[in-house]
Write a protein that binds this ligand. Structure first.
Ligand code: GDP
Length: 137
């Protein structure tokens, strides 16, 4: 069993589609091992997205991720990292395949509804960023 980190971003939380997105995970054999709602500080978002620090969109990304509350989840299942990425669709919702979360709920490349770890190695780091061991069950 593999675990991955998902973030339901501020745009999707504001649209009140948390339950609809969680249903996509559960309907596709991903189990919720942990879940919480929180409001990231700029420091949190900058640390979480540190790999993108030098990218031109970094400031906008941090601003967007702190514009409202997010819901953070640990998803567990077979090939959870790849399966979650498949359910999410492409980073730019305009390029996301029909029926994916981003195609159905996202507006733009900034406000793109969800984050998902891109490797099992990064998943471990990202899960530890948000959750203590005892919060995973
Ligand atoms: P992801 O793994 O599909 O989320 O994509 P990346 O890890 O490449 O980028 C992280 C996040 O930065 C994306 O989900 C977008 O919200 C944002 N992002 C990526 N590329 C761009 C871009 O070209 N412009 C803007 N404004 N945001 C971007």
């Amino acid at each position: 069993m593999e675990q991955t980190l998902s973030i339901i971003k501020p745009d999707a939380v504001a649209k009140n589609v948390v339950g609809k997105i969680v249903d996509r995970f559960e309907s596709n054999n991903l189990r919720i091992a942990a879940i919480k709602k929180l409001w990231l500080t700029s420091e949190d978002a900058s640390r979480f997205y540190a790999v993108h620090e030098k990218r031109p969109f970094f400031k906008d990304l941090v601003k967007f991720m702190t514009s409202g509350p997010v819901v953070v989840l640990v998803l567990e299942g077979e090939n959870a990292v790849a399966k979650n990425r498949e359910l999410m669709g492409a980073t730019n919702p305009k390029e996301a395949e029909k029926g994916t979360i981003r195609a159905d709920f996202a507006e733009s490349i900034d406000a793109n509804a969800v984050h998902g770890s891109d490797s099992s190695e990064n998943a471990l780091t990202e899960i530890a960023f948000f959750f203590a061991k005892k919060e995973l069950a």
